[in-house]
Design a binder for this molecule. Structure first.
Ligand SMILES: Cc1cc2nc3c(=O)[nH]c(=O)nc-3n(C[C@H](O)[C@H](O)[C@H](O)COP(=O)(O)OP(=O)(O)OC[C@H]3O[C@@H](n4cnc5c(N)ncnc54)[C@H](O)[C@@H]3O)c2cc1C
Length: 537
């Protein structure tokens, strides 16, 4: 295993300039060029490098800037897919959930959910369904589902409205931090000798006479232009896959249907229990989750078909109202929009079904791999939970299609960067997500003798330094949205932190005062779009 670290234990590749210099100096190209640094692209790059291929991953913004930082934070078999009869997907996701708990125990935990029931029939229906859910997971089940009495339910979840309540069903699933998992994957790719760089946009792809591909790339930091070559191109750009395919074939027709889902983040006083709440049937026939996350509560999600998709999708007014209205039916204290600390929207890249008229909530969340006539491999659909299996299937497909000898996947047993023994992780510790890096960071904070910039969100000069030097954070947003989760947890606090974070980052990155002003202004604008009270003004 190759581990490009310097004598101080720093990951050398995390230095973006040095990384680009290395790419430019490499004359022989790569076996695979992966376009897109979300769950799909990162999983594929890691799968490829661990199967002996050289890999270059190019991300046009930051790693996990797209859908992969905007999920409901569940590593789940998918109770909703069970209701749809998609047993194969539930089994596949349950197996992957088990691998994720084993390989990233610093980021994934066993979460207890309660499903409130209001009649004997609901009790029977949901306990039967959830027992089946346990059975499908087999030995990988995270715990047995069981009936909970009305009294015990109210005791465990005092903020759940007791009106008409007959009890609840307890079941288990996984819960995680999505963008932190993405960063751990990037670091694992680097440590294995793979190349992965952010703020590098693929502008064009061309197939050469000899069958290799050349990609034209724009560096968004320097506006520099580069060309890199690879034997195989993998398109893992989520809702943007069709843009890449049209670079190769202008007549290409859309292959993804886009569905938006939003989440509202609230203070824990609306639901203070360690258990998450799962509402099995909302007014539009979907499920709604209220999940504790970083000591806040994430409420979501929606499923709204979208025809034009943006890099920064915006929550629609009716989506915000839908979540507030449905939550109000179940909570003692109904949340109102002024209570919302942050609202974030994500876009599902769903594989377009042959039957174009189908509703987005009915489209399968299974992944599909498509090879274009010119030989571009595209990943459609999928879930964060199954990212590893999707990647394994992709590399199998590449080997088969290219007539290469089949190699064996090792990622089911590959701990990701930061992994520690599950027993050593305390999810109540503010620094838990750093895993094996936690103690180093804490001792740097202690040795610095400097105060926290934000005690509540553990933002310190040393955590900013860590993000810049070890995690390729390049902007205020990278740090406050994806290296830490402040933007998603409390957009007002994130806005307040923009200036001090920009000042520290400017010193670390050697930036001028104008950069600080631009960063703060851009980030403040972004924060406003995460605040529904502001959205209405
Ligand atoms: C609301 C919602 C809730 C969800 N909840 C869950 C959940 O709880 N659990 C779960 O398992 N799954 C969940 N999912 C699904 C999961 O989040 C997605 O399947 C997954 O994140 C998609 O990852 P991706 O890499 O395919 O796409 P993305 O994360 O969008 O990554 C694509 C990347 O490609 C980059 N890119 C685009 N064009 C270019 C270019 N020209 N050059 C270079 N890079 C480019 C983009 O910048 C982007 O970063 C949810 C999805 C949504 C929308």
């Amino acid at each position: 295993m190759s581990t490009p670290m310097d004598s101080a234990g720093r990951i050398e590749t995390a230095d973006r300039q040095a990384c680009i210099k290395k790419l430019v100096e490499r004359s022989q190209g790569w076996d695979l060029i992966v376009i897109g640094g979300g769950a799909s692209g990162l999983g594929i790059a890691l799968e490829a490098i661990t199967r002996g291929y050289s890999v270059l991953l190019l991300e046009r913004f930051d790693f996990a800037k797209g859908t992969s930082s905007r999920s409901t934070k569940l590593v789940h078999g998918g109770v909703r897919y069970l209701a749809q009869g998609n047993i194969r997907l539930v089994r596949e996701a349950s197996v992957e959930r088990g691998y994720l708990l084993r390989n990233a125990p610093h980021l994934v935990r066993n979460q207890v959910f309660l499903v409130p029931v209001f009649s004997a029939w609901e009790k029977l229906k949901y306990i039967t369904g959830l027992k089946l859910y346990d059975w499908i997971a087999g030995s990988l089940s995270l715990g047995s589902s069981k009936l909970v009495s009305r009294e015990a339910t109210i005791q465990r979840m005092p903020e759940l409205s007791p009106a008409g309540l007959k009890g609840s069903i307890e079941y288990h699933d996984g819960q995680f931090d999505d963008s932190r998992l993405a960063i751990s994957l990037v670091q694992t790719i680097w440590q294995r000798g793979g190349d992965s760089v952010n703020y590098m946009e693929v502008k064009n792809i061309t197939r050469q006479q000899d069958g290799t591909w050349v990609v034209d790339v724009r560096d968004h930091e320097t506006e520099g232009a580069y060309q890199f070559s690879g034997k195989t191109i993998i398109n893992a750009t989520g809702v943007f896959v069709d843009e890449i395919l049209r670079m190769d074939n202008a007549a290409h027709l859309d292959s993804v249907r886009v569905s938006q889902g939003i989440h509202l983040v609230l203070d824990r006083r609306f639901l203070s229990s360690a258990e998450a709440l799962m509402i099995p049937e909302t007014s539009d026939g979907r499920v709604l989750f209220a999940v504790p996350w970083h000591d806040k509560l994430v409420l979501g999600t929606t499923d709204t078909a979208i025809s034009n998709h943006a890099v920064e999708p915006l929550a629609l007014e009716e989506e915000i109202r839908f979540i507030l209205d449905n939550a109000a039916k179940y909570l003692v204290r109904p949340p109102v929009r002024e209570d919302v600390l942050s609202v974030f929207a994500g876009l599902r890249p769903l594989a377009a079904p042959a039957n174009g008229g189908i509703k987005t909530k009915e489209i399968s969340r299974s992944h599909r791999i498509v090879v274009s006539p010119s030989g571009i491999f595209t990943m459609l659909g999928g879930k964060w939970t199954t990212y590893r299996r999707m990647a394994e299937d992709m590399i199998d497909a590449v080997e088969k299609h290219n007539g290469q000898p089949a190699t064996r996947s090792v990622t089911a047993n590959l701990p990701v960067h930061g992994s520690v023994s599950a027993a050593a992780v305390d999810f109540n510790d503010a620094f838990y997500f750093y895993g094996s890096d936690r103690n180093t960071i804490l001792s740097r904070i202690r040795n610095s003798g400097k105060p926290f910039i934000s005690e509540a969100f553990s933002v310190h000069e040393e955590t900013i330094r860590w993000a810049v030097e070890q995690e390729m954070a390049r902007t205020v947003e990278d740090f406050l949205a994806r290296r830490t989760r402040v933007l998603f947890l409390d957009a007002r606090e994130a806005r307040r932190l923009a200036q001090p974070v920009a000042q520290v980052m400017a010193a670390l990155l050697g930036r001028e005062a104008t950069w600080i002003g631009e960063q703060v202004a851009a980030f403040e604008n972004l924060c406003d779009s995460y605040l529904p009270a502001v959205l209405l003004d």
